[in-house]
Design a protein around this ligand. Structure first.
Ligand SMILES: Cc1ncc(C[n+]2csc(CCOP(=O)(O)OP(=O)(O)O)c2C)c(N)n1
Ligand SMILES: [Mg+2]
Length: 559
């Protein structure tokens, strides 16, 4: 064998490190500075590597694995940067499952680092501590990118690939697993290099041209914006102005167009405008509910912008599909539209009037709106509101004014009760520069209320409000109204939440009504300490007529 080939094979190209140390060094090289985590014997080497990283890496340990994963999710949503959490295999992984599922539904860059039993025992069903059948198969179904680290030499490249996968193309979570004996195994590690800047996605000029032509000719355009449009707020505002097109945001699209702009609409007006539109520009949204519930017909031409080439035709093939990053695509579209000089009459007055009429209808939700008004008056413009699956949350999605992207965090299509408190905790930890507010029902709060201990332990000044109606109120009202008042499994026994918060060492307060809530919020935001504000409330009016609305198109074609 020629001398040069032998050399190549045996050359030590990197330094000697453990698998865990290589993984941690790679996380740091990729800009991650925090891991949300709950330790255990399978990951002892990993946690030792966290320790050895010193102040280059912060470890925030929680009281339940769902807390770790939701905190990573909240940090990712609030910062738009990849975040990581670490848990033991089996029960640790499953405990974090709802949060990982939510991250998947929200295309959020959350990396799960999951332990494993000894490499030699995987797949044998011998009953080792935390063993779970086919863990690799389970995580492969929860996320798009997952991998198993088999030896120290591949740790760095696998971590790098996982982190990069989370923000390239369609973003989303990733998962890596590593066996208990492999984390500590030492070997030669190739040089750890920071990631190359992502390549700009190619833009299909013909499609942009077709989109500009279609939108240029359309008379009534509605822009629908979702979670995939978070970075394109400037472009969406300018398209809205050029086309005089209202922008509909529901959960994740809220704040992309400032609520003070009359063209910024939520579901009820969006529903009306969907019925009138001859063209829709959908950016970073599945468009599931408008298409399937509000309906489509031949007169409605849809232009979509998606990061994922599989997405456009998943529900209904659009007239034009633009695939890639929203920002450069929308910029190109704006350039084309400006060249066409399609000047339009302002719709501001019309929409202002229609918004006023809607406010009249929304008086039906007066109890919820009074609380939301108190919150908006005290939460600064760039403060972050973390939504929950509760009466105040449902009303907030349609009536809470939102001024900036990433300041209204809502759980996407999973709409999973109990995500709120721990997610808000992660947002507040990652964004110490702005106040974060978590709203909760008494049902949802106790999913992760134990993480008050984490707030106190890590001095996270999150202010949380809990609206206490003594019930899974939403379920209860549905049983009253639609099931002949046959109430089942909906009434709750609650702790005294003020004492509960205080027993953790957090500040506990009680506010009776919107005015007291406003004062409590003002004082709590000023004090900057972990706080829980209990607000006793009565049952609230149903918001569903403003959320689940009937078909407005394609009635004839359907009949
Ligand atoms: C993970 C999960 N489990 C169950 C539900 C069903 N669910 C929706 S709202 C709700 C009740 C919420 O109660 P609470 O948090 O007290 O809010 P309220 O309606 O009383 O304001 C339930 C059980 C859900 N959305 N997600
Ligand atoms: Mg309740």
């Amino acid at each position: 064998m020629p001398q040069s080939r032998i050399k190549k094979k045996t050359r030590v190209i990197g330094v000697e490190m453990s698998t865990a140390e290589a993984a941690v060094a790679t996380l740091i090289a990729h800009g991650l500075d925090t891991v949300y985590a709950l330790p255990g014997v399978h990951n002892d080497h990993l946690f030792d590597a966290f320790h050895r990283a010193g102040d280059r890496l912060r470890v925030v340990h929680t009281r339940h694995e769902q807390g770790s994963a939701y905190m990573a999710l909240g940090a990712a949503l609030a910062t738009a940067k990849p975040q990581a959490y670490a848990v033991v295999p089996g029960p640790g992984l499953l405990n974090s499952g709802a949060a990982l599922l939510t991250a998947y539904g929200m295309n959020a860059p959350v990396l799960a680092l999951i332990g494993q039993i000894r490499a030699a025992a995987i797949g044998k069903g011998q009953g080792h501590l935390h063993e779970i059948r086919d863990q690799a198969g389970i995580i492969a179904r929860l996320v798009d990118h997952s991998s198993h680290i088999r030896e120290p030499g591949e740790a760095s490249s696998k971590v790098a690939k996982a982190v990069q996968s989370m923000s390239r193309g369609r973003p989303g979570p990733a998962a890596l697993e590593c066996a208990i004996d492999v984390w500590g195994k030492r070997g030669s590690i190739p040089a750890i290099v920071p990631p190359a800047p992502p390549r700009a996605s190619k833009i299909d000029d013909a499609s942009v041209h077709a989109a500009a032509k279609l939108l240029g000719k359309a008379r009534h355009i509605l822009i629908v914006a979702g979670g995939g449009a978070q970075d394109a707020a400037v472009e969406i505002a300018s398209l809205s102005e050029i086309l005089q097109a209202p922008v509909l945001g529901y959960r994740r699209g809220r704040g992309l167009l400032d609520s003070r702009n009359p063209l910024s609409v939520t579901l009820p007006l969006g529903h009306e405008l969907w019925g009138e539109a001859d063209a829709v520009l959908a950016v970073g949204t599945r468009l599931l509910n408008p298409i399937t519930q509000w309906g489509i017909d031949k007169r409605l031409q849809i232009v979509r912008v998606d990061a994922d080439a599989d997405e456009p035709a998943r529900i209904q093939k659009p007239k034009v599909a633009l695939v890639g990053d929203a920002v450069p695509i929308l910029r190109r579209l704006i350039d084309e539209l400006i060249q066409r000089d399609t000047r339009r009459l302002s719709r501001h007055d019309e929409l202002r009037e229609r918004q006023a009429k809607l406010r009249q209808r929304l008086i039906k939700l007066a109890p919820q709106l009074a609380f939301l008004e108190a919150i908006r008056a005290e939460l600064p413009e760039d403060g972050i509101f973390v939504d929950e699956v509760t009466q105040i949350g449902f009303a907030a999605r349609i009536a809470f004014p939102v001024y900036k992207p990433r300041t209204f965090l809502s759980p996407g299509y999973q709409d999973n009760l109990g995500w709120g408190y721990a997610t808000a905790l992660g947002s507040q930890y990652a964004r110490p520069d702005v106040p974060v507010l978590s709203i909760n029902g008494d049902g949802g709060f106790l999913y992760t209320g134990n993480e008050l201990a984490t707030a106190v332990r890590h001095r996270i000044p999150l202010v949380a409000v809990i609206f206490v109606d003594g019930a899974f109120g939403n379920v209860r009202r549905i049983q009253q109204e639609e099931y002949g008042n046959r109430l089942i499994a909906c009434d709750l026994a609650n702790p005294d939440f003020v004492k509960y918060a205080e027993s953790f060492g957090a500040a506990g307060r009680r506010a009776r009504g919107p005015a007291e809530l406003r004062t409590a919020l003002r004082e709590s935001f000023a004090r900057r300490e972990p706080t829980l504000i209990e607000v006793p409330v009565a049952a609230m009016p149903s918001p569903w007529e403003f959320i689940q609305m009937p078909r407005v198109r394609g009635l004839k074609e359907r009949a």
